[in-house]
Design a protein around this ligand. Structure first.
Ligand code: B12
Length: 226
């Protein structure tokens, strides 16, 4: 773990939004891109919070406080990256839908993924945490996204993930599915994904995928902000 991320975990626990934001800003000023900031600054700070909780150094209440502060920093970072692009017309942009499987409350990884798609000019529908499968099906039919991104963190949600991919794929077979998870390397996780499901270890994977998509399709707005 790098020093910035270690320091950031302390600021998150102290609910020090200003110092927390300044450490992210410092990384931006050093030229790091969004996927680096997501994977190696914000995610690693949250993983450290998780380790401290496991070792009884902090309570659940501290963990909740740190998560709330991290969410604020994530939103501020996202707005800063988009700046004046928030109101732009995205009718011709490719569309992506995001959600966490039913029961899943861990949504920071999902937010990072949806923010990255938005930076690349996509039309983003982030349906957040714990989306009942019936509503995922309904939304897939309604928005007809080219890409569906799913997040799962808890092992006992893996059967739900399997069912989710199966049902959504039946509805719209041409859709690209990208599933991101801290469990990406586990065979139990991999066996829930179909052969053509893309498994995202982190947002650096996504960054590469978006870059390739942009090169191949040539359809996305070229004004990338990274
Ligand atoms: C913060 C936290 C919470 C918060 C979550 C708030 C929120 N809004 O997300 C709260 C307090 C709600 C919570 C609740 C619980 N939690 Co919790 N939580 C954590 C903690 C400390 C950090 C999670 C986090 O935010 N990480 C940062 C994000 C950015 O990392 P990430 O999700 O891995 O995402 C990265 C990649 O995986 C990938 N990615 C992930 N999703 C996606 C999606 C796409 C499309 C892409 C491209 C990439 C991608 O990219 C991201 C960036 O690199 C972890 C510890 C840990 N090691 O993860 C435990 C942890 C995940 N929680 C755990 C548990 C057990 C729980 C509870 C059951 C506790 C309880 N008894 O109530 C509940 C379950 C709630 C539920 N139903 O989901 C366990 C899970 C163990 C398991 N069995 O699988 C962990 C590992 C803690 C532990 N060591 O035991 N938790």
């Amino acid at each position: 773990m790098n020093e910035i991320s270690k320091k950031l975990s302390e600021y998150l626990l102290e609910k020090d939004l200003l110092k927390g934001w300044n450490s992210v800003k410092e990384s931006m000023n050093q030229g790091y891109n969004s996927s680096f900031i997501y994977d190696f600054i914000l995610r690693d700070a949250m993983y450290r919070i998780g380790e401290m909780w496991e070792e009884n150094q902090i309570t659940v209440a501290h963990e909740h406080l740190a998560t709330g502060t991290c969410e604020l920093i994530l939103s501020k970072y996202h707005l800063e990256k988009l700046s004046d692009r928030l109101i732009e017309n995205k009718t011709s942009a490719p569309r992506a839908m995001f959600f966490c499987v039913e029961g899943e409350e861990h949504d920071l990884g999902l937010k990072m993924a949806s923010s990255l798609f938005e930076e690349y000019g996509w039309d983003v529908y982030d349906l957040g945490s714990n989306l009942p499968l019936d509503y995922a099906e309904y939304s897939l039919e309604k928005w007809k996204p080219e890409v569906v991104c799913i997040s799962v963190s808890i092992r006992h949600h893996l059967p739900t993930l399997k069912e989710t991919i199966k049902r959504l794929k039946q509805k719209r077979p041409g859709t690209t599915f990208i599933v991101g998870s801290r469990l990406h390397a586990e065979s139990a996780f991999q066996s829930c994904c179909m052969a053509d499901t893309l498994i995202a270890k982190d947002t650096s994977f996504l960054f590469q995928w978006l870059e390739n998509y942009q090169k191949e399709a040539g359809t996305v707005d070229k004004g990338v902000l990274m």
